[in-house]
Every structure is written in C-alpha cells, then in structure tokens.
Design a protein around this ligand. Structure first.
Ligand code: AMP
Length: 279
C-alpha cells in the first residue's frame, strides 16, 4: 500500500496510471471497523485501484471536545488497510485539505437536505461534510465513491451534491454492517459504557418494530409507538422520523417499499448514536 499525505504526491501517482484504470474511493475518518471494510471490499470488486482516505474533518464536528475525543488509532488502521488489499491511503494534513486562503466554497444550495434530521441538531455539520467530500473528490478524481447507508442522510446529500455539481463520479452505497445484536457498527461504539452496552441495540430493535408496524399503521402512529418504546429504554431521543428516502421530508402515508426510511438519533449517556432502516 502506498501512503500519500500531500495532494501533489497523490496526483503524481495518479498521472502514472493508464486513463482506463478505474479508481474506487472510500473516504473515512479512521478508527476502522468491519463497516468500513465492507466499503473497501465493494470498492475492490468494482475498481482497479482502491483509494482510502483517513481524515478526521474538524469542520464537521459541532463540539471541539468531540473532535478531540474522536478515536485516532492510526497504526492499527494502517495494518488493517494493508490486510484489505488497499492500493493507496490518502492521509492529508489539515493544511493540505484546507490550504489557507484557498476558496473552497461550493455554490450549490442543498439546504433542503442539510437542515432536516441531523441538520436540526448539528447545525453546520453537513456544510463540513460537503466541503470535505467535494475537496476529496477534486483531489482523488475517482470513478466510484463508496459510502455507507449507515449515514443515510449523508449519502443522500452527497448524491445531490454530485448531481448538482455534475461531478463525474458514481456514488455506490453499501448496507449497514451490524454487531450480532443489531447495533450498527460505528467508531463511536468504543465509547459506550460497558454497563449500558446490552441496551445499545434498542435503536435497532425499535427500527425493526417500525418495519413490523408499517404493515398495520400509518407513519404517524408508527413514529408514536417507536418513541414510546425508546422512552422505556436508557436512550435519550433527539429525533425519530419517518421520511422519504429521496427528499428526507416526513411522510404521512406509505410509499412503495424501499422509498421510506426511518431515521433515529439518540444519546446513550454521553454517546450519540444514529441509525436508520428502510421501511
Ligand atoms: P466515518 O469514518 O464514520 O466517516 O465513515 C466512513 C464511511 O463508512 C461512511 O460512508 C459511513 O457511512 C461508512 N460506515 C460507517 N459505519 C458503517 C457501518 N456500520 N456499515 C457500513 N458502512 C459504514
């Protein structure tokens, strides 16, 4: 695996490739787990060269303390990537990503997608995500971009970003990888208090309940019953919404299967978890 920490070195590498060589790109913030590895596997299947980036993007954190606490086990990550047949690790510094004085503004309005769900509770978060993904796509120039459905809103926003900016990269999404009890894998899971860990799958259980209830009730009633289930758990809910998978707006009636998604964010003590499920 080759490691590049500057844009110039990555671009020099890219210039050595045949124009027909396809590049699959997996952006991450590190602290890799099997969820990330499933993206790399799909990238491996679909592309000639697999590029993974690790960059803990300060722009997308609402609290500096969350940024500081974010796990950064770089040696372990590099070891995992070598085992997973990654061709390139792009490991930029903050100055490489955001050179002082460089205009990185993006002239598309995606606020219809960025200000709902997560956006209501994490103002500015998706502006940071859009900035970093847009910059990474410019640098890496991939044919395929691999993102997890775990971050449902994020992949929806990036899909609209790619369309609005006519970027010639195809977005490929990958199903959420879960622990045995259903908890969605996340770099934040290591921070869950061990005494609360047995309760952490309640988000998944609630989403499964929503899927069951869909057969009998309208979305409003399903949401109510799911909120009641979560209220009886140690989770402190920020939102539980049933929305259109395309525009992320709440639905009052069911759409065909696969077009409606339940999204949830909740705190388990001091750890904020998100999850979602197609209904
Ligand atoms: P992150 O390092 O958290 O920024 O995530 C990098 C990529 O991995 C994003 O596209 C996430 O959606 C994806 N991802 C994170 N957790 C999972 C998971 N449990 N299953 C599948 N993809 C995931």
């Amino acid at each position: 695996m080759q490691v590049f920490s500057t844009v110039a070195n990555y671009q020099a590498y890219r210039d050595t490739l045949f124009p027909s060589t396809s590049i699959g790109f997996v952006p991450t913030m590190g602290a890799l787990h099997p969820g990330h590895l499933s993206l790399i596997e799909k990238a491996r299947e679909m592309s000639d060269k697999v590029v993974v980036s690790i960059f803990v993007n300060p722009l997308q954190f609402n609290e500096n303390s969350d940024f500081v606490k974010y796990p950064k086990p770089l040696d372990r990550d590099i070891h995992m990537l070598c085992q997973y047949d990654t061709d390139v690790l792009f490991l930029p510094t903050n100055d490489e990503m955001y050179p002082p004085g460089k205009d990185l503004s993006i002239k598309v309005d995606l606020s219809a997608y960025t200000e709902v769900l997560e956006g209501k509770f994490r103002p500015g978060h998706f502006d940071g995500v859009i900035t970093v993904v847009h910059r990474l796509l410019k640098i890496i120039q991939p044919d395929f971009l691999f993102m997890g459905l775990k971050d449902f809103q994020q992949q929806t926003i990036i899909r609209h970003l790619i369309e609005s900016c006519s970027i010639s990269t195809q977005l490929q999404t990958v199903e959420t990888v879960r622990e045995e009890d259903g908890l969605a894998m996340s770099s934040r899971n290591v921070r869950i208090d061990t005494s609360l860990r047995p309760e952490a799958n309640k988000l998944y259980e609630t989403l499964m309940l929503a899927r069951e209830l869909r057969k009998k009730f309208l979305p409003g009633e399903v949401k109510q019953r799911c909120l009641e289930k979560l209220a009886a758990s140690p989770f402190e809910v920020e939102y539980f919404e049933i929305v259109s998978a395309n525009n992320l707006q709440p639905v009052t009636d069911w759409k065909p299967s696969g077009e409606t998604v339940a999204c949830v964010a909740a705190w388990l003590n001091d750890v904020r978890l998100i999850d979602n499920m197609m209904l």
